[in-house]
Design a protein around this ligand. Structure first.
Ligand code: PEP
Ligand code: MG
Length: 325
């Protein structure tokens, strides 16, 4: 099978009825970069910058951050890269950074919350990103946004760093695109406002599902209790993609749901055209996309949206019956 996936590397991820899906990859370290070439991904849809911080025994210096970000952009060439700013706290702990004990870390002082309250780290990271992307397009998104004002505060930090770099004569990114990760359900009720304040959104389905069902993603007793290919989740995803399309802003799904064949089918059926998954999932997903008619995925997922859960079995059947072509 791997050899057959390899043959698909340079073929487009296009459905039988002619819809192109952008299949990007999730990464976070230098070792992930060769996969852009190897898989034929159309870009890096989620670069988890905290991984460099997590594998390092001490805080990575600004120069080291900049060097990694430049390597990422070089490896991607003309393909887009979406950098996610530090997503620490919760289950992602940095040994050298003293934080407070929390009773509910997943709901605690993490990600953008930490970034805005202790902006030193976020500022130096943004500066490293901007320097690495001099003369190129820089896409940055912020994790765990829960309210629109947080994206505004994050934007202010970015603009301040750009002003600073300009003042010191540094070349700036040619173009800057800022996005929010949609991982907290509160944003579902603030989508139109949110979309006015960002250039793109990216759905972290791992966290969004965890918070929608109040089920810890790391606790196997509860994590698999709710199948996210359900009326509740499919309606949420439909609301997101319909709002994004109306606003003319791209929406990517970068959590594990997009890597599960039936999940990817459901998302494509709802209208998502950008999926970002781990490198091993690109080949199988591309093979599936090239063997489906989007109308079939649409019909099955719309049944779920209307409350008929048997649509999930149909999606699974479609996913299991694909032929490699
Ligand atoms: C997610 O929450 O789905 C996501 C992509 O981010 P992470 O898994 O790194 O929290
Ligand atoms: Mg997340």
């Amino acid at each position: 099978r791997q050899a057959q996936y390899q043959k698909l590397r340079d073929k487009p991820a296009i459905t039988k009825d002619g819809t192109t899906i952008s299949l990007m990859l999730n990464g976070g370290l230098l070792v992930d970069l060769p996969y852009v070439e190897e898989t034929g991904a159309s870009g890096i849809g989620l670069f988890r910058t905290e991984l460099q911080f997590m594998v390092s025994p001490t805080l990575p210096r600004a120069g080291e951050q900049e060097e990694l970000y430049r390597s990422v952009l070089d490896a991607a060439g003309d393909k887009p890269v979406i950098f996610r700013t530090l997503d620490i706290g919760g289950d992602k702990v940095l040994p050298y950074l003293r934080t407070v004990e929390e009773e509910n870390p997943a709901l605690g002082w993490r990600a953008i919350r930490f970034g805005l309250d202790r902006p030193g780290l976020l500022r130096s990271q943004v500066r490293a990103l901007a320097r690495a992307a001099a003369g190129r397009t820089l896409r940055v998104m912020f994790p765990m946004i829960a309210a629109v004002n947080e994206i505004e505060e994050a934007r202010t930090i970015v603009e301040r760093e750009l002003t600073h770099l300009r003042k010191w004569g540094h070349q700036l990114p040619e173009r800057m695109m800022l996005g929010a990760m949609l991982e907290v359900p509160s944003l579902l009720f603030e989508l139109d406002e949110l979309l006015k304040h960002v250039d793109f959104i990216s759905i972290g389905s791992n966290d969004l599902i965890q918070f929608m069902y109040a089920a810890d993603r790391g606790n196997s007793r509860v994590a698999d209790r709710f199948d996210p290919i359900s009326p509740a989740m499919m309606r949420a995803f439909k609301l997101i993609i319909d709002s994004a399309n109306k606003a003319g802003k791209p929406a990517t799904v970068c959590g594990e749901l997009a890597a599960r064949p039936a999940g990817a089918l459901a998302l494509i059926g709802l209208g998502f055209r950008h999926l970002s998954v781990s490198p091993v999932s690109i080949g199988p997903l591309k093979a599936m996309i090239r063997d489906i008619n989007i109308k079939d995925a649409e019909a099955a997922v719309m049944r779920i949206v209307e409350g008929d859960e048997s649509g999930r079995d149909t999606l699974t059947q479609i996913a299991e019956s694909i032929k490699l072509s």
